[in-house]
Design a protein around this ligand. Structure first.
Ligand code: ATP
Ligand code: MG
Length: 232
């Protein structure tokens, strides 16, 4: 059985129908990417999986349990973590306080040393307040806050957006190390090269529909898909 499976999700914001029968699956130890244009419904898909928004119909099966309609904190306890586009760290707390706080209610957790090994920059900045961090450091902290809870799956929403190339390089290396260690990841990214370098399998979302699914290696050979749905 897949670690995570979405079956025919329909999600609305008020009266606006956003996701249409979205189905996808993520195997254990797999890195899966969601690609699509601005407004395609990528973030809404992640939020629907995590219980941040409640799908009107369909189901979400996670780690052999039906989590459909459960609140996000319950889904987090079951081992899913979502790193939002808008990073959500505590600006008034320092790096280490942010990490400790994130780990508080977790059943299992990574030791801080493991986090610092993955993100040496965070170790250097351990006593700096969230507001004093660069964009890249904030993103590292946001991801680290998810990892400290030793998630079974982590959903990353545009982790490289708006960051300098050198930081993207470091973050990508961290993601590669994570994947190599067996971490299951769902990645939403606009950076096509980065996505295809990290993911094994890709879903393309367009206007709230899953329109294509393929191994990442195949997508590169399909310029018509990239052109039609991603405009690249
Ligand atoms: N809170 C909200 N209320 C109403 N409509 C929303 C809300 N959030 C998103 N939408 C709309 O839902 C659609 C899908 O948005 P979503 O954020 O899932 O897209 P996305 O693929 O993540 O786009 P982006 O690449 O810009 O992050 C868009 O038309 C968007 O305007
Ligand atoms: Mg989005």
């Amino acid at each position: 059985m897949s670690l995570l499976e979405a079956r025919s999700l329909n999600t609305y914001y008020g009266d606006s129908h956003i996701l249409f029968d979205v189905s996808l699956r993520v195997e254990r130890n797999e890195v899966v990417a969601l690609l699509g244009r601005n407004g395609a419904g990528k973030s809404t898909t992640l939020k629907s999986l995590m219980g941040v928004v409640r799908p009107r119909s369909g189901s979400v099966i996670f780690d052999d349990a039906d989590v459909t309609g459960k609140p996000s904190h319950a889904i987090a306890l079951a081992g899913m973590q979502l790193v939002h586009e808008e990073r959500r760290i505590f600006g008034s707390l320092n790096v280490e306080e942010n990490l400790v706080l994130a780990g508080l209610t977790a059943q299992k957790k990574w030791p801080l040393d493991r986090i610092y090994e993955m993100f040496p920059r965070l170790k250097e900045r351990r006593t700096s307040r969230g507001t004093d961090l660069s964009g890249g450091e904030q993103q590292m902290l946001a991801i680290a806050r998810a990892l400290i809870r030793d998630p079974k799956i982590v959903l990353l929403d545009e982790p490289f957006e708006g960051l300098a190339p050198v930081i993207v390089h470091d973050l990508m290396q961290a993601c590669r190390n994570l994947a190599a260690a067996g971490q299951t990841i769902v990645l939403v990214e606009q950076n096509l090269a980065a996505t295809l370098a990290l993911a094994q399998r890709v879903y393309v979302i367009n206007n709230g529909h899953v329109v294509h699914e393929a191994p990442a290696g195949e997508i590169k050979q399909q310029p018509e898909i990239l052109q039609r749905y991603l405009g690249v």
